[in-house]
Design a protein around this ligand. Structure first.
Ligand code: TYD
Ligand code: MG
Length: 457
């Protein structure tokens, strides 16, 4: 019999302290420590017998991924789900996690592979209504609407499905463990039991996890090292675009990416995302340029738009949508100091079309050129793209995989690219304009500061 002991566990990071404190000494969160009784946590996971084997005697093909038939999902996971693996799919509420897994289940069911979906979030009626609407093949899908982990384990041990979906890990609880569903101890222990079960039984398991606006999942760090694969399903709720990316993957490359569109008939894979982003583009308008960005290993073409207007009240506004405000401020400062383009009396708005968030410096040059185009009201040739990082000295630097980015631009019919001096060869049919500085790029595009329409400075 394990001896009962007390501890204070941080509900943010899972760290424990012997005494209560107002602030977690590990992650610094305030008021996050909750007193809990700890029974011996080990007792919950069945002990496994020692399994020492010769490495050469293990059949490596047992770890092969099996395609789910959802092309974008399989691409992200380097081929599909590996039997016995555990995959965490995190994302904000309402982003489409349950829909994605239901569609994966449907695809497997169509191939006569059995799936158990355990949902403590939605009722059987809700799920069945959605499944009906999406035309899901329900033949081989078993639904288990319970919040009890032991019940889940009993069902899957009996059924031995090809895929087990847990929707979501924060809503399941084991009555043997202290804390309510969603608490760090429950999330961790339930996940640990599911991982142990998956390894023992060879059932591929997907855990859905809710992520808050701040990007943290209850106990995310705890889960990340427990599972084999960590995926994040993201997107802007006001746009249809959804991106599935993989942050950790024990069975293939991480950094892969799947692109989906949320439609009235569920998620649809987007084979050519650039076409989606450029669909409604208006050409001939000042302040816009297309940039080939890198998402995972794929190059995507997105349009960067900017707009400037004279400031009416005191402090000028600077607002970026899909662009980090720090990056926008930096590029404006470089434009002012190194290019001589003053935006001090202008409100500046910058946005990336389609709900994409640019998180890499490869779009700096495009942003600088779009801003120069806005200020001077001179449109940039619509068949030109720009790609490069801008440094504080105004220099234009090379970014990773420039060749792949330019190939994507050439494929979509772009004819010219503004690139750093050190840029590799141009793809066929594309002219490269090599520039050393942002000033040079501005001049080469004819965005002469003298032509500016606003009284600046
Ligand atoms: P859902 O999969 O329930 O999200 P999550 O499990 O991540 O919380 O999807 C919820 C949203 O998706 C919901 O707001 C409506 C939208 N949606 C569609 O637009 N089309 C559809 O076919 C479905 C099923 C959902
Ligand atoms: Mg859901």
């Amino acid at each position: 019999m394990a001896k009962t002991r007390f501890e204070h566990r941080c509900q943010e990071c899972g760290a424990t302290t012997a005494r209560w404190e107002g602030r977690c000494p590990t992650c610094g969160a305030w008021n996050s420590l909750v007193e809990q009784v700890v029974e011996s946590t080990r007792s919950s996971v069945a002990p496994e017998e020692s399994r020492a084997v010769a490495l050469g005697g293990v059949d490596p093909s047992l770890g092969n991924a099996r395609a789910t038939g959802i092309v974008e999902f399989d691409r992200t996971l380097s081929g599909g789900l590996v039997p016995g693996s555990v995959t965490l799919v995190g994302g904000e509420p309402g982003i489409g996690k349950s829909t994605l897994l239901l569609q994966i289940a449907s695809s497997l069911s169509r191939a006569r592979r059995r799936v158990v979906i355990c949902s403590a979030e939605e009722s059987a009626e809700q799920i069945s209504r959605r499944a009906f609407r999406l035309g899901v093949d329900t033949e081989a899908i078993t639904l288990c609407t319970t919040a009890s982990l032991p019940e889940v384990l009993r069902v899957v041990a009996e059924m031995r499905p090809d895929l087990l979906v847990i929707d979501s890990i924060q809503t399941f609880a084991d009555p043997e463990i202290a804390g309510s569903a969603g608490s760090v101890s429950q999330v961790r222990e339930c996940a640990a039991q599911l991982v142990a079960f998956a390894k023992r039984s060879g059932v591929a398991t997907v855990l859905i996890g809710h992520v808050t606006k701040e990007g943290s999942l209850a106990g995310p760090r705890l889960l990340e090292h427990l599972v084999d694969t960590v995926c994040s399903f993201e997107g802007d709720r006001h746009h249809a675009l959804r991106i599935l990316s993989v942050m950790k993957h024990r069975f293939g490359a991480s950094g892969e990416l799947g692109v989906f569109e949320m439609t009235a008939d569920g998620l649809k894979g987007v084979a050519d995302p650039s076409a989606l982003f450029l669909a409604d583009r208006q050409t001939g308008v000042a302040g816009s340029i297309v940039v080939p960005i890198l998402e995972g290993h794929r190059a995507l073409l997105v349009e960067v738009q900017t707009l400037v207007t004279p400031t009416v009240f005191g402090t000028p506004r600077r607002a970026g949508e899909g662009i980090a405000s720090g990056r926008l401020a930096l590029i404006l400062a470089v434009l002012e100091q190194r290019v001589g383009l003053l935006a001090g009396a202008l409100d500046v708005f910058a946005s990336v079309v389609g709900g994409v968030h640019i998180q890499e410096p490869g779009a700096d040059l495009a942003l600088g050129l779009a801003l120069a185009s806005s200020v001077t009201a001179v449109p940039i040739d619509p068949l030109t793209v720009a790609c490069g990082e801008v440094g504080l000295a105004g220099e234009v630097r090379q970014v990773v995989h420039t060749e792949r980015r330019l190939q994507e631009a050439a494929r979509r019919g772009f004819r010219r690219a503004i690139v750093p001096m050190t840029c590799p060869r141009a793809p066929e049919g594309m002219e490269l304009i090599r520039v050393a500085t942002l000033l040079e790029a501005v001049e080469r595009l004819g965005l002469a500061v003298a032509d500016r329409p606003f009284e600046l400075g």
